[in-house]
Design a protein around this ligand. Structure first.
Ligand code: PHE
Length: 443
């Protein structure tokens, strides 16, 4: 039943045994929400682009979603056994070709092209993942980078050039916490063969100030929208912090977190680009920083959109709320929810398949279980009518060693009330598909 070749946005690819991209995911490649005028994802991109102006930053918004395994992983220094490469996490077209899992897949080619001192890339990205209100197999990222060339800055003095540019950036008065030391011996060493400590510090300082400006811009817009919606709105001071992180292609590396509704929320990943990327791209005299930010979560926060599935809605009650905002970003308003339709919870319990015909008192070994496979089966059948899937019970039989799981599925449409018979029908199709596709045994 698997096609031997598929077309994605006008390009044809041959599939092989690695192919695991469902039709609904492939169909999403045509949507390009980040380019759809007046769509919240597009508006969010426009707001972030306004923080990083031309000509220093050049925007790229139409890169094709299919990239090579090399571009997505190898070129960025991902080790061969990195879990992100697994078919349980990533959508493959064939062994060497996949749907990009992040916009970083385009870093190497842009460093090689070296067209500007900085770039921004906005695009749809694809990951196999859980089902809930903040996860969808397709989401959007903006990637950015800022570089300097040792051969081009005055006297080859990177430190002076970086601080001179920093002087030109807007100031902000948000208090930023930065508790961790920037370097860590294993995760985030100084790239001492390539950077002096002063250079690394200058680039890191520039990175932090530049990315803080983005968060300040988002929050001032979010607050303005909140105040419009609620005249009694009390402005709380923004809290922001830098946390040491790990990425295979930056050192040192950080995540930026903001304090939001009682929790620290991670908004972006960033770091000083590993020099190998520049060397391999034929521009060894360059150095700089890069970041990646998820647009969907930011849009949810800006517009107070409660469910990620709404971005894919073609319902006028959703889309009409943002008319005109692309042309006038100051007219941004909060989303006004249409009434929530009722939830319908259904459980499914099953035994995992035993893979060896274990006789006597030997415990049966149990099939490899990847929760994302179940998530995908449910998503493929219920489409936008599933809100959430959660493991609610799990145990191993003490004698046979067989493993049993129980998942709770919440069926709920964003657009109407699902009838009883519809949800029963969906659930019975899901149950059948779990048996046919994953080989589990329903209890
Ligand atoms: N690509 C990373 C992610 O998806 C984010 C990132 C981009 C981190 C650039 C550092 C530099 O998580």
């Amino acid at each position: 039943s698997q096609p031997s070749s598929i077309e994605v946005n006008g390009r044809t690819f041959t599939t092989d045994s690695w192919f695991n991209a469902p039709a609904n995911v492939l169909a999403s490649t045509a949507r390009q929400l980040h380019l759809q005028k007046d769509h919240p994802i597009c508006i969010t991109r426009q707001i972030l682009e306004s923080v990083y102006p031309r000509p220093t930053f050049k925007s790229h918004n139409t890169f094709h979603p299919v990239v090579s395994t090399h571009e997505n992983f190898d070129s960025l220094g991902f080790p061969p056994d990195h879990p992100g490469r697994n078919r349980s996490d990533t959508y493959y077209i064939n062994k060497n070709t996949l749907l990009r899992t992040h916009t970083s897949a385009h870093q190497a080619s842009l460093f090689r092209a070296s067209e500007s001192d900085g770039y921004l890339i906005s695009a749809d990205v694809y990951r196999r993942d859980e089902v809930d209100r903040t996860h969808y197999p397709v989401f959007h990222q903006m990637e950015g980078a800022r570089v300097w060339d040792r051969k081009k800055v005055p006297n080859g003095d990177i430190v002076a050039a970086v601080y001179a540019d920093l002087e030109r950036l807007p100031k902000h008065n948000v208090k930023v916490e930065d508790p961790n030391p920037p370097f860590h011996a294993e995760r985030n060493p100084l790239q001492s063969e390539h950077h002096s400590p002063a250079e690394a510090e200058a680039v890191a300082t520039h990175l932090k100030r530049s990315l803080e400006l983005m968060v300040v811009e988002i929050f001032s817009r979010a607050k303005a929208a909140a105040a419009k919606a609620d005249p009694d709105y009390v402005d709380e001071p923004l809290r922001v912090r830098w946390v040491e992180a790990y990425f295979p292609f930056t050192s040192p590396s950080w995540e930026l977190e903001i304090y939001y509704q009682g929790d620290w929320l991670e908004v972006l990943g960033s770091g000083v680009t590993k020099q190998d990327l520049f060397t391999n791209a034929g521009v060894p005299s360059q150095l700089g920083w890069a970041f990646g930010i998820g647009l969907d979560r930011i849009a949810m926060l800006l517009f107070q959109i409660p469910d990620i599935r709404l971005f894919w809605s073609t319902d006028e009650r959703f889309l009409n709320q943002f008319t005109g905002v692309s042309d006038n970003l100051d007219s941004l308003k909060r989303f006004v929810p249409f009434s929530k339709y009722p939830a319908c919870y259904k459980d499914v319990s099953f035994w995992l398949r035993s893979t060896s015909a274990a006789g006597g008192n030997t415990k049966a070994s149990v099939q490899d279980w990847h929760e994302n496979d179940l998530m995908e089966v449910v998503r493929n059948i219920a489409g936008h009518d599933v809100e959430d899937v959660k493991l609610v019970d799990e145990f191993s039989h003490p004698k046979t060693g067989r493993r049993s799981m129980c998942y709770r599925i919440n069926y709920r449409s964003l657009e109407r009330t699902l009838t009883n018979s519809e949800t029963n029908q969906l659930h019975s199709e899901v149950t059948k598909a779990l048996v046919n596709k994953l080989g589990v045994e329903i209890r």
